[in-house]
Design a binder for this molecule. Sequence first.
Ligand code: SAH
Length: 573
Amino acid sequence: MIGLIAATAAGRQAAAQLAEALAADDCRLYEGPVGDAVRAAFAECTQLVCFLATGATVRLLAPLLSADGSDKHTDPGVVCVDEARRFAVALVGGHEGGANALAVRVAAALDAQAVVTTATDATDVPGLDTLGLPVAGDLAAVSRALLDGEPVRLVGADRFPLPALPANVSADAPADAPTIVVGDEAAAAAGVPTLRLFPPSLVVGVGASKGAPAEEILELVRTALADAGLDVRSLHGLSSVDAKADEPGLLAAAAELGVPVRFFTADELAAVAVPNPSDAPLAAVGTPSVAEAAALLGAGATELLVPKRKSAPEGRAAMATVAVARRPVRGRLAIVGLGPGARDLLTGRARTELRRASVIVGLDQYVDQIRDLLRPGVRIEATGLGAEEERARSAVRLAQQGLAVALIGSGDAGVYAMASPALAEAGADIDVVGVPGVTAAMAAASLLGAPLGHDHVSISLSDLHTPWEVIERRVRAAAEADLVVTFYNPRSRARDWQLPKALSILAEHRDAPATPVGIARSVSRPDEWHKVTTLAALDPTEVDMFTVVTVGNTASREVAGRFVTPRGYRWQG
Ligand code: SAH
């Protein structure tokens, strides 16, 4: 039993929410004076969650704990949660009492952060229940073994792009070690705590006669999977022929299973080679196979796990057929913008994706920027400047191998950066997740004032990938269109004439002494520097490759030292 102790209204509310989330654990709320409540719960429960300050909890617990730790084996695990529910602190009984694992579960339930202070690097454990996969089995025991750094066996690691796991997790751990099974594989040896994860990989092709009852289809899907040792929790979806797009029993069966149905045309299905073609569907819908062809097409597979099976309703003809195929493992490529440099301009989502990955690909200086956020055991593929295309290709290749890859870049990874070369290479066989980052133009703008208050454009002055004529044409168009312009890659030692040239083109269409120009270097980094000047006064030698230069439109003005572009095309009276 888990005892919950709360002293305030907010605490009681959090306790009620936790009791609901941990319903399976038999929680009990202890009311009354907290001293009495803690003493009673300590005697009666295996674990306590105190919605109290750690100091208050320590005072109440101290007399109950043996001074020499001799009761470590019997003392309950105690977790404290602060009033604002930001932290779930494993206070005592971290290992033996299960407080570390409980803190992780409480944190998940209350959207708080678990604080685990027992010294082991294995505490940096990915939440296996937060991968978006159905889970079953003994999450608590396996999480606890993970946390305690005990050997944990991993079966089926190549069936899903898992995040980096701590060093105590391996395929070679003893068979009697707590086990994580990924996929349909039958559970580990009896008596071994096992956690099962079910990546959605199975596609069931369904052929249904007009009016086929949902129960008949459901029964057939379930038995076909069970007989083949497959788990319905691994179901990705159903598929069928588009002539059945409105077939009520099929739609109801999919709804009951909680998966979508994908429909293919008869022509698409007819083009698939199948083991068991037949004449009946050819006559009815124009393809010699529905179930088998739809399973193969839906899964993008070439082999069936279960060939066509017919339903067996009592006392009448079968109205449904199914066949099963498995989708190949889909790797995951996250393209993650790290922002301009400062840690607090790295988004929460970027942080989550960095910890979701098992491989990080990026320029070594960017890897250094976020190294402390990475999980122990993550593989790092850092490369030096220049090797851009190779970096993009290697990220895609790793994802194609079924891994969880994060390709990182500064600012926004899609702005003059890695997203395009990577996605130019990536096929439909991997999942891609983009995480926006604060790009240099935005970071600079907030430093300069409000330069981007009206229509604006970014132009890279690097003629490495783009011929200068093209760049010049775009600068001219921006000048004529009276756009605010931010120059990326404005100037380097080898490229020093492009910026003055671009500025002179803008000056043809602006009142140079009155047009504000912002220079912002190393924004949000320790050596950050910025200046608001004018198109006439700008000194190009103040500009380098760590700088962006933003030039105003004809309405932009300097106001109290800040660069402001009005929202309209002129200033309001
Ligand atoms: N993906 C990046 C841009 C890469 S191109 C982004 O979205 O910001 C590299 C150019 O970006 C640099 O030459 C410089 O012009 C600009 N830049 C990147 N980080 C910067 C920073 N912190 N401060 C100023 N300019 C920066």
